[in-house]
Design a protein around this ligand. Structure first.
Ligand code: KIV
Ligand code: NA
Length: 273
């Protein structure tokens, strides 16, 4: 299993970091088989796997449950879990307690937190307590209500400079990596050059130290709409629907199950045939 030290080294060696989300046992297992460097139990779980409108409905209990499932599937891969909406803002002790639960009960190796401001302080306290932290800047979906939608961030010089300063503060506070979501690639490149911790981009262009995508987007698995920044490497929704249709048809035509799918006994010989 790669560790935080390896991820920093990978940046120094200019070796890209491959990261994907996972929300359950099979996803953890298959992503590990594919050789992923990091798994993210993202709170995108709420939208992608639970069907909520946004990530703000996701609870700490949800994240614990799904992190446990992912860890059972991926026993040898570094797992980062999102701290959900408003679980790392109110007080330091609340923040530390929530991170402790994600690590002890969920089995997360690290946590991810969105934003700057008060969150910078929380990153300091978390890393001070021994919790590896990933920052998350740019489009921060837990703030969708404040941002007014899912839009590209940091397009103006002012916004871009603010993001660079925030990224430096995240690094300074002790985070071992930072996710940059939906920012112009030139800004992501500037941040990547100015930080010594790895940047991991989603919708942030080719110049970051790593990439992260949502599992369901990568394989086209039951997604409603696909963002411009996504590349789909498989289309398993089609396979799933076709497979399920075949099963429905066989049941209705009584062509499944056959005796080869059935158990037998010497008793109870049918009288009707
Ligand atoms: O929840 C998530 O999937 C994320 C990624 C988009 C980085 O936070
Ligand atoms: Na997230």
């Amino acid at each position: 299993m790669k560790t935080t030290k390896d991820f920093k080294q990978m940046k120094m060696d200019n070796e890209p970091i491959a990261m994907v989300t996972a929300y359950d046992y099979p996803a953890g297992k298959l992503a590990e088989q594919a050789g992923m460097d990091i798994l993210l139990v993202g709170d995108s779980l709420g939208m992608v796997a639970l069907g909520y409108e946004s990530t703000v409905n996701v609870t700490l209990e949800d994240m614990i449950l799904h992190t446990r499932a992912v860890r059972r599937g991926a026993k040898d891969t570094f797992v980062v879990t999102d701290m959900p909406f408003m679980t790392y803002h109110a007080t330091v002790s609340e923040t530390l307690y929530h991170a402790k639960r994600l690590i002890q009960e969920g089995g997360a190796h690290a946590v991810k937190v969105e934003g700057s401001g008060i969150v910078i302080e929380m990153i300091e306290h978390l890393t001070g307590a021994g919790v590896p932290v990933v920052g998350h800047l740019g489009l921060t979906p837990q703030s969708v209500g404040v941002l007014g939608g899912y839009k590209v961030q940091g397009k103006t010089e002012e916004e871009g400079n603010k993001l660079i300063e925030d990224a430096k503060a995240v690094e300074q506070a002790g985070a071992f990596a930072v996710v940059l979501e939906c920012v112009p690639w030139q800004l992501a490149e500037a941040v990547t050059e100015q930080l010594s911790i790895p940047t991991i981009g989603i919708g942030a262009g080719p110049k970051t130290n790593g990439q992260v995508l949502v599992y369901h987007d990568v394989i086209d698995y039951g997604v409603d709409r696909v963002s411009k920044f996504v590349k789909q490497y498989a289309h398993i929704s089609d396979d799933i629907v076709n497979g399920l249709k075949g099963y429905v048809q066989d049941v209705r035509q009584k062509t499944f199950p056959q005796l080869e799918h059935s158990f037998k006994t010497k008793q109870f010989t049918s009288q009707t045939k």
